[in-house]
Ligand binder design. Sequence first.
Ligand code: G4P
Length: 531
Amino acid sequence: MSDGTPAGEAARRRTFAVISHPDAGKSTLTEALALHAHALTSAGAVHGKGSRRGVASDWMEMEQARGISVTSAVLQFAHRGQVLNLLDTPGHADFSEDTYRVLAAVDCAVMLIDAAKGLEEQTRKLFDVCRHRGIPVITFVNKWDRPGRDALELMDEIESEFRLRPTPVTWPVGIAGHLSGLIDARDPERMIRYTRAPGGEKEAVEETYPADRAAGEFEEDWATARDELALLRETGAGHDPGDFLAGKSTPVFFGAAISNIGVRLLLDAVVDMAPPPAARELEAGGVRPVDAPFSGLVFKVQANMDRAHRDRIAFVRVCSGVFERGMTVTRAATRKPFATKYAHSVFGQDRSAVETAYPGDVVGLVNATALRVGDTLYSGQRAVFPPMPTFAPEHFAVVRPVDIGRSKQFRRGIAQLDEEGVVQVLVSDRRGDQAPVLAAVGPMQFDVVAHRMEFEFSAAVRLESLPYGTARATDQEGAEALSRSRLVHGEGMRRVRDGTWLGLFPSKWHISSFQREFPGSPLEPLIAAHQ
Ligand code: G4P
């Protein structure tokens, strides 16, 4: 229970994200988790499609129109005496850089899989990010109320494609589409039978059947489920906390978020299995323990969340110590003091002032114009967390204002979007700053730029895509050499955000031609969005 010390409070925090391919049911599950934690009185209030669509998480018009979640929100709720922080991740691959930043702020991820579709492209990419960051993953196989794949086959797929041993904690009685109930592998002599509440608005009613009753009513389905579980046990698929935390295995749960089936067990698993916040590595080596003075990581900066206020919020994950509203902290990048007068918890449009926050919590600092993604804030002994990586862009476009009379708004908007990390902004003497080049991991980032430039900064833009598909880090000479190259139609530019010189190439096949022409030029690969 709470003792008010940073270490005691950290121990009762679970900070996690749900990752999935769009449409696998992330919003539905988020809502179902909140419902089970009694953070909501009925499902359908936070998010939903169709008539229920869009209250909190989808605040941006474009998101609503497209049915994707571009921006993230943080939902905090209590369950069994623990405090859970659920961070929303953008669903689309084009925003994987954003996803990476959010995953830098969590201690665990729930990987959601659609029972019918199995491992989808985006599931793979997001899983790669988790692996890269060493985040333990709990798997939830969703939509078991609909016809879908074979459960054992799905386990094989997770094992072979992710090199991650699935350790089922719950197992379905009945094939996908005929879900009679679940077996909790820790108590396999019983079956949990669910009665769905109308519309899935309330928790499903759970009833426990002893083995003989389950066998009597669900004969073959019960026998099959038990055989499959026995088979899995023989192959050593029991949950092993050490392997899970080391990213070698994933506990698996089955259910149907829409009907709240299997959701309580998943929520309990987050409390029981997900790791609490731990000491965080510092850039200079060593770690910042959770009970050290306050430190926090800025993992997201977002402007204009509230149109009425035209503000800018920096989302900070508390890594150590206690955050108290109004405290003055130091921004590591400049060593300058930063006052935290306006601290909020933010979920969609809802904000409430945060007075105190502990390791694992996320606070939104309003009007934090000085802060950038990747910044460390601290009090007491200096702390600097490793920088957030910038991903290799694969799409490039020149951006210009439609109305040159609005070039002031244009410049301000582009600078703002660069600082938020919406896109990377590249410049060169040759092009001048009237027409910078935008570089993106996925083309939908350009749509966000165009939309926000027009509606937030009143500077509609024209984008003209460039015929490049890959970039390498180089130096100024390398960049100039590339712009002069006779063999390769490429270009050298400087990234505004960190001053890195980039060589832009039509494709990676052109890189060796350039190296033959200018053997002295350094070319370093950038971090691929998906490794
Ligand atoms: P996302 O955030 O991952 O994109 O997914 P979302 O929750 O919006 O769910 C995508 C679709 O899948 C929705 O249907 C939702 O109702 C459905 N869904 C989610 N969980 C389950 C489940 O456990 N079983 C079944 N059968 N369906 C599920 P939709 O048709 O797009 O919207 P709606 O009109 O049903 O709300």
